[in-house]
Design a protein around this ligand. Sequence first.
Ligand code: 5RP
Length: 219
Amino acid sequence: MSDPKLAQKQAAAKSALTYIDDGMILGVGTGSTVNCLIELLPQVRLKGAVTSSQVTEDKLRALGIEIFDLNTVGELDLYVDGADEIDPHGNMIKGGGGALTREKIVAACAKTFVCMVDDSKTVEKLGKFPVAVEVLPQARSYVARELVKLGGDPVYREGFVTDYGNVILDTYDLDIKNPSELEKTLNNIVGVVCNGIFASQSAHIMLKAGNDGVITVKF
Ligand code: 5RP
C-alpha cells in the first residue's frame, strides 16, 4: 500500500541530513521516516552509526555503514528518529514500531535529538496514539491489570517480540496530562522494561514537513 505521507517524510529526512556531519557516529532511529533518511545517508561520509533496532542495523550494514556498540562510543552528537506523536514541548509518543527501549537508550546517549515528522504527528496533548509498554513476558497480565488501574486499556501486541525478547502492551485511553510524571509512573510498575512516552528523552529539534515545506522547531 502506498504511503500518503511519503513525500513529507522524505522532505523531513532531507532536512535532517543538514544536521549530519562527515566523520560522525550517528544515532539512527527506526521506522518509515527513518527509512527515508537511511536512503540519503550514502551522501554523507559517516564514521559509523549506533542503531535503535535490528531492522535499522540491517539496512545500514547493507549500505556498508559500520555499526558501533553503544558501550564503546560514549556520548553521541546526534540521534535522529521519527515519532508517533509530538506535543508543543517536544514530548513524544514513540514505539509504534516496537523499538522504544533501544530508541530511548540511544537517545539518552545523544547530545541532540532531531525528530522528523509529517504534519499528522503534531498534537496539542499526547495520547490518541496508544502508549507502547514493553514488558517482561512473565509480567504481562500483572502489568496489564496495573495499567487498567491507571485508566488505560492495554492491548497485547500479538505475535510481536521486541529485540530484547519482551512483549508489548499498546495502552489506549491514558490521560497524559503530565507526560513526565506518567512516564515515571509506568516505569515504576514491576515488570515494565520501558514505555513509549519520551518526556525524559524529549526532542531538541523537530523537523515538521507539511504541504508547504519543512518547519524547524527548537524546544
Ligand atoms: C518505532 C518508532 C517510530 O519512530 C515511530 O513509530 C514513527 O514511525 P514512522 O516514521 O514509521 O511513522 O518509535 O518504534
